[in-house]
Design a protein around this ligand. Sequence first.
Ligand code: ATP
Length: 319
Amino acid sequence: MTKVAVLCSGGDAPGMNAAVRAVVRTGLSHGYHMLGVENGYAGLIDGSFVALNSLSVADILNRGGAFLGSARSPEFRTPDGLATAVANCHQHQIDVLVVIGGDGSYAGAATLVAEGVNVIGLPGTIDNDIACTDYTIGFDTAVNTAVESMYRLRDTSSAHHRASLVEVMGRHAGYIALYSAIAAGADMVLLPEQIKSQEQIAEELIGHQKMGKNHQLIVVAEGWGDSAQLADYLASSTGIKINHDVLGHIQRGGEPSSMDRIHASMMGQFAIDLIAQGLVNQLVGWRHGEYMCMSIEAGLAAKKTLSADMLKLANVLSH
Ligand code: ATP
């Protein structure tokens, strides 16, 4: 009987549970033996394998986080850690391991493949920064959470005629920042991909004030730089009072949106369909409106850039 194990790795993302549920239930419908691995690659090393049946994944579709646990495992990146993880996969006779995570987890998957473990990757990260897919599980929920928070902050900054400078997640990519800035009607968005000088930002802020704006919303991606220092600089150089907020981990939590649940479910099914076709060592994605796959090697080599049209739109709408 084909044995398939599934794990969540890296930062948790809303919809990971929906993906696990789809993998497990679709796998069971093919007659596969399904296992979960607790706490990502750390659980592969510890041998934390649990049998999963249809009931094990009941009542998790709407839950944020990762019921199997997710983790970052420095030990997995050591030769001993990898060797133990591989030995445990062989000992449990795992035919295919489904890894739900971000690009770091995919790099980890490539090291498993090199050691003879079959892997399928599903894109689970709020950052939407995985090159081989237009969409990652968790992104929609994170953007919705960020936008809702921005509207709350806008209420208070408008009452006090202040500017609100809000930092959102995105260490290397500005997807959450760009999408939430457009959806929240931000007056400015600062992205790691598009560096502006502090002087330029201050000038734009003053320009908006001269136009008659009595409150402003500036969205900053984490990877842009030090947003607290920027808030101090802007307050002292423009005289405008600034509220500085870092949204932080609230962007990861909460019920997954319907969009995340549907993508997660479809991708989970797609992963099992690949296994049924005998296709492994693939990354599942969604591109140009269709679910697709690409080899792990090609996926890791791909590059992703922000949409030039969306960047243009964010700039035009803010003026
Ligand atoms: P997120 O986008 O949410 O941060 P991620 O999957 O990119 O998710 P990482 O912390 O980068 O998160 O990676 C998860 C785990 O994958 C790491 O803790 C490590 O165990 C493994 N990993 C990451 N990079 C590599 C690599 N280059 N080689 C081997 N394993 C890796």
